[in-house]
Design a binder for this molecule. Structure first.
Ligand SMILES: [Zn+2]
Length: 127
């Protein structure tokens, strides 16, 4: 299941705001008032938005992108943690050749929330 890139919620569907014209039969009722009876719906060519149902961010404007997004496989817990470690490492650790100070290491460890403990046990006894 993909995650909304804006709010991070796992979503398996999108809200679709389609531009539609409704065609009615317009006729007079017994009291002589106009009566509208829906006949057809015609797709318009205005903005067609695919939005996140949680945060309502417009994520896509075309069906192909929305389909690709919804096909995104759910990352495993291990994959998510590895991606998070990679993300934090990119921000916190100095480029190769630079010295890591004691404070750098401490803040990285804190930010990573002890990844070694988190990874322990994952993949064991699952599925
Ligand atoms: Zn969202």
């Amino acid at each position: 299941m993909p995650k909304c890139p804006k709010c991070g919620t796992k979503i398996d569907r999108l809200d679709y705001y389609g531009n539609v014209t409704i065609v009615y039969f317009a006729s007079l009722d017994a009291q002589g008032r106009m009566d509208y009876d829906e006949k057809d719906r015609v797709e318009g060519d205005g903005q067609n938005d695919f939005e996140c149902p949680e945060c309502e961010a417009v994520l896509f404007n075309d069906e192909d992108s929305a389909i690709q997004f919804l096909k995104t496989p759910t990352p495993t817990e291990k994959e998510e943690i590895i991606a998070e470690i990679e993300r934090i490492r990119t921000f916190l650790l100095p480029p190769a050749g630079e010295t890591v100070t004691q404070e750098d290491a401490a803040s990285a460890e804190e930010a990573l929330d002890k990844p070694a403990d988190k990874l322990k046990g994952i993949g064991e006894g699952e599925e």
